[in-house]
Design a protein. Structure first.
Lengths: 555, 284
């Protein structure tokens, strides 16, 4: 299917024919025979092109179809059903977080799942309306309204597609494990915090229902037989809904939170003025959405890769996310991305291929449109219980256990990411802080691998031997290693075992030389060329194995 | 070193592959490499449909999946080792030279391609383990390997005996021409009786001329050549010829046409492989 969407083909032949069709239309007037003739020609051209195109891709498509769609039909359809059931409460909950009607999140979940199933790069991963994205758009919705959100969603998609073509997915290697863990934990905390408004200033009934809901979710799977066949979140929702109706409790239900979908989504252009002003309003939001969406999608893809022991195409996933967001914006949905919790549920339920994602999307829409009268009656307490489950399942408990064994710097990066995200509600800022901290810790560590030793080689002559990595983080230490108070006639600085990585290193060497000269000492440098060969930014030569070996051996 | 590679997979054809590879290696005086590729079989995933996630679900799930695959893979690994050992012993009967075994993870076409530079001839069974119960089908890898590799491939069926007479299916195409050249040069088929068969349904004289040219070429290479120009359906005529003259090895240029054409009109190579009862040497 990949070729189907992305490969471009020479259009020359059809272009000529199309031109002929158009000129026919133009010159023969718009009379009926002209139109019919032209339409036939156009139809011919398109069919021919389709046939050649299909032929060219047929084997490729056959293979992909088998591997990525039909390799696990039963498991995929069942898991798609489980995921669809779990997506409904989530989509509603995230819509409420974002401050829009539940139908916005539900439409988004359908189209995100449907389109990423086809265009995404990670089979079996679930994308839909997410908490991470919902948190970013609260301000936009509050200040400018829904139409601007839709426009921002389309722009987000566009940015993500561009990111895909620029292969920015490869940048994920700069996001360290600690940052990923921090991101995931922060996300879990934010999802949990978003449930708190539903649990404050309410009657005890709500607490009781939430507690009962959580009880059912975690205890029902233990029931032998049916426990592992019926999704427990579904049982919770059904039981609590009936309990709410039967007892006639006066508690908030989904229907109180806004409109639910009553039709299939339709293609609409957002009603915003196409001006620079609009762009200025939506761009900052779109940029943040694009970054967060891609980050969570890439991380989720990695998690699914690990779980299933298969690979994924990260750049294709970027493009797929972009395409899905663009379509979602036009269908009246809010921006979304891949979901960690749901993807884990999908794999756990036996979903492996694209079919599972697509099934989830389609079933979600069907259920929502036909059952909207029932969904309206779901008490918010049931939703809260499901969301608490998602939050608990998303949180990486392993990271808390391992706090004791991991190095302090790793823990600081993780905790800092969490704190920044929770305080700003913006996962992008948190990740940025995490990456910067991780880079600084790394630079600091490598900076320790630098040593300067010296020997007296004669009357008033000294040789300094520098070994290790000299760069911005170790430049000051490098300078401080020289004893300028010693009165010397001449100094030899042997750099042949050192690596100068940047201009900071070079300028601190300059400083050393000048300082010695000012003291009246003659300075001689040895091995400057080898030492500074690492300054160049293009590593065309340096990343060859023999060069790397030379580097590690100290030239 | 250019090896003769025998692709072992535990199917019914394994012993034949082993014998054929040993025979070819002895004839070519080349080292023999017995290859077993551990392919990940797509098992339907076992699902827990409870749909709930809780404390450490992700870690648990990973642990569970790893454990499941570990057991399966370990079993496959040991089974493969035993199989290779048995194959090596079996091969030592026909081939006295150097024999090595290699076990790799991945899939056969990729592994074969990686080994291309150190291979001379690839010996494969017609059907893998997956197709054993469906007669008339051919293994899923043969075509892929034949299309990607630039080495001859010997496709064998269960029950291999050292061939005495071979036939070349000649059709005048470039692929067939190259196949004839290769046969003329190869030490593998030296000293055997050679039949060149051409199927032509037109009455023009060109096929006769072409056929004679080819026969002369092969005779000059030192083979005893019988040539025949036949009429009729390609596959059935060739099969009949095989039967009546007790031919026990078939040589043909393989997959000369594009995949597109094959999708529309089918492939003679595939049809031949699936209906032949004797080993086929595919030359590309």
């Amino acid at each position: 299917m990949r070729g189907f969407f992305y490969r471009s083909h020479p259009l020359n032949i059809c272009e000529n024919r199309l031109r002929k069709v158009l000129s026919d239309l133009f010159f023969q007037g718009t009379g009926l025979p002209g139109i019919i003739l032209s339409a036939r020609l156009l139809f011919d051209t398109l069919t021919k092109r389709f046939i050649t195109f299909t032929k060219r891709n047929i084997t490729h498509m056959q293979n992909t179809l088998k591997q990525e769609w039909l390799g696990n039909i039963r498991g995929d359809i069942l898991s798609g059903l489980v995921v669809a059931l779990a997506l409904i409460p989530e989509a509603i909950a995230f819509s409420i977080i974002a401050g829009v009607d539940p139908k916005i999140g539900l439409y988004a979940s359908f189209s995100m799942a449907f389109i990423t199933a086809i265009a995404g790069g990670r089979p079996g991963m679930i994308s839909a309306a997410t908490g991470a994205m919902a948190l970013l758009i609260v301000g936009l919705v509050k200040e400018h309204g829904l139409e601007y959100l839709l426009a921002a969603t389309i722009l987000t998609g566009l940015l993500q597609i561009v990111a895909g073509y620029l292969k920015l997915g490869n940048l994920m290697r700069f996001v360290s494990r600690a940052v990923v863990t921090g991101f995931v934990n922060a996300l879990a905390i934010l999802i949990f915090m978003a449930q708190l408004p539903e649990l404050t200033n309410v009657t005890w009934h709500v607490y009781a229902m939430t507690a009962a809901g959580l009880g059912i979710i975690y205890l029902f799977p233990l029931v032998p037989g049916i426990g592992k066949v019926i999704p427990s979140p579904l049982v919770t929702i059904v039981l609590l809904t009936f309990a709410g109706i039967a007892l006639g409790l006066d508690i908030r239900t989904v229907g109180d939170m806004g409109q639910l979908p009553d039709t299939l989504p339709v293609f609409l252009l957002p009603e915003v003025p196409l001006t620079m002003e609009t762009l200025q309003i939506i761009f900052p939001y779109s940029a943040a959405l694009a970054v967060v969406g891609l980050l969570e999608s890439m991380m989720t893809a990695t998690i699914v890769d690990d779980l299933t022991d298969t690979g994924s195409d990260k750049n294709r996933e970027c493009k797929g996310q972009g395409l899905a967001n663009m379509a979602t914006g036009f269908l009246g949905g809010m921006a979304g991305c891949a979901m960690i919790g749901q993807s884990v549920i999908n794999v756990k339920s036996g979903g492996r291929t694209r079919l599972s994602t697509m099934t989830a999307g389609i079933l979600l829409l069907v259920m929502v449109v036909f059952l909207s009268d029932w969904i309206r009656q779901i008490p918010m307490a049931a939703l809260v219980a499901v969301m608490i489950m998602v939050s608990v399942g998303t949180f990486s408990w392993d990271s808390i256990v391992k706090l004791k064994t991991y190095p302090v710097s790793t823990n600081i990066v993780m905790v800092a990411t969490v704190i920044v995200v929770v305080s700003t509600h913006n996962l992008a800022i948190g990740v940025l802080v995490g990456i910067l901290l991780a880079a600084m810790f790394f630079a600091n560590k490598v900076g320790h691998y630098m040593a300067v030793t010296s020997t007296l080689t004669g009357e008033g002559a000294r040789t300094y031997t520098v070994s290790g990595q000299v760069f911005f983080a170790s430049a000051d230490k490098f300078y401080a290693s020289f004893d300028f108070r010693e009165a010397l006639d001449s100094v030899v600085i042997d750099l042949s075992r050192a690596h100068f990585w940047d201009i900071s290193a070079v300028s601190s060497l300059d400083k050393v030389v000048i300082k010695f000269r000012r003291e009246g000492t003659k300075v001689e440098l040895i091995g400057m060329n080898e030492a500074s060969s690492t300054i160049v930014d293009r590593f065309g030569v340096h990343d060859k194995p023999e060069e790397v070996e030379k580097l590690l051996a100290g030239h | 070193m250019s090896n003769v590679i025998g692709c072992i997979d535990g199917s019914a054809a394994t012993e034949a592959v082993c014998d054929a590879a040993a025979w070819a290696a002895a004839k070519l005086e080349a080292p023999l490499l017995l290859l077993h590729v551990l392919e990940k079989t797509e098992q339907p995933a076992k699902g827990d449909l409870s749909g709930s996630i809780g404390l450490g679900t992700r870690e648990h799930l990973l642990e569970e999946l790893v454990e499941l695959e570990e057991k399966k893979s370990r079993l496959a690994l040991e089974h493969g080792k035993e199989m290779l050992q048995a194959a090596k012993e079996r091969a030592s009967v026909l081939h006295k030279g150097e024999t090595t075994t290699l076990q790799q993870h991945g899939n056969l076409p990729e592994t074969a391609l990686e080994l291309q530079s150190q291979s001379r001839l690839l010996v494969m069974g017609r059907q893998g383990e997956a197709h054993e119960n469906t007669p008339g089908s051919i293994g899923s890898h043969i075509e892929t390997v034949a299309r990607t590799m630039h080495r001859p491939i010997l496709v064998v069926m269960p029950g291999f005996s050292v061939p005495q007479r071979f036939m070349i299916a000649y059709d005048g195409s470039d692929t067939a021409e190259k196949a004839v050249d290769m046969v003329a040069q190869s030490p593998l088929l030296k000293g055997m009786n050679c039949h060149v068969v051409m199927i032509s349904n037109s009455s023009k004289p060109e096929p006769q001329v072409q056929l004679e040219k080819v026969a002369t070429k092969l005779e000059q290479a030192g083979l005893t050549v019988t040539s025949a120009l036949l009429e009729g359906d390609v596959i059935n005529t060739l099969l009949e010829y095989q039967d009546t003259l007790n031919i026990d090895l078939m040589v043909m240029g393989a997959y000369g046409h594009s995949r597109i054409r094959q999708f529309l009109v089918g492939s003679n190579t595939t049809r031949m492989i699936s209906s032949s009862r004797i080993p086929i040497l595919l030359l590309r």
